[in-house]
Write a protein that binds this ligand. Structure first.
Ligand SMILES: O=P(O)(O)OC[C@H]1O[C@H](OP(=O)(O)OP(=O)(O)O)[C@H](O)[C@@H]1O
Ligand SMILES: O=c1cc[nH]c(=O)[nH]1
Length: 177
């Protein structure tokens, strides 16, 4: 039977998102050029939460969008085609400070695909990466700039993120076989 351990509680997720929002503000250039792009599935609500918190702290409207990386995966043949969710990029990204947002980073292949997807919407001034959980085991030279939780894991383990918007609850768990 597999073992399940809670890694982040709802309160810890709330505090982590707030901290990440503050870090993004601290390191952003001009906040009026900031664009947060959430990666489907759970990166999208996370990007919206971060945006909301940045807007509360800075009293500014921040652009937020969503990316579906399905067509940009390098392993489409292995994972099979999913119905692509709609990519929503609110503006030309040329000259913008783009922050990609995802729930988990593992191999880094999702982010590689997201970089290719973003490329079709202009040439940003910079692209950084915010993740809720970095579980290690990268297969590409990709490193997040903003990390909610560094979580050393074994390859055979799984990190599962639940969010209210997609799953009806906030929780991060580590599942060991
Ligand atoms: O660094 P990687 O090895 O690419 O893994 C990380 C990705 O895996 C999960 O997405 P998944 O493909 O399971 O889709 P989902 O977000 O729709 O659940 C997670 O949400 C990340 O996007
Ligand atoms: O454990 C993992 C690996 C990739 N993506 C996840 O969401 N969890």
């Amino acid at each position: 039977m597999s073992k399940i351990v809670e890694i982040l509680s709802p309160e810890e997720i709330r505090r982590t998102v707030n901290r990440l929002a503050s870090e993004i503000i601290e390191r952003a250039g001009d906040l009026s050029d900031l664009v947060l792009l959430g990666i489907h599935t759970r990166g999208v609500p996370l990007a919206q939460r971060l945006t909301q918190q940045i807007e509360i702290l800075e009293q500014l409207t921040i652009a937020v969008g969503a990316i579906d990386i399905t067509f940009f995966r390098d392993d489409l043949d292995k994972v099979g085609m999913r119905t692509p969710a709609k990519t929503q990029i609110p503006l030309d990204l040329t000259g913008k400070f783009v922050v990609l947002v995802d729930d988990v980073i593992y191999s880094g292949r999702t982010i590689r695909a997201a970089l290719n997807a973003v490329n079709e919407y202009g040439r940003p001034e910079s692209i950084t990466l915010a993740v809720l959980v970095d579980r290690g085991h990268r297969q590409l030279p990709i490193h997040p700039n903003f990390v909610g939780k560094e979580l050393p894991t074994a390859r055979e383990e799984q990190v599962k993120v639940y969010l209210e918007e997609t799953d009806g609850q906030d929780r991060v768990e580590l599942i060991s076989p």
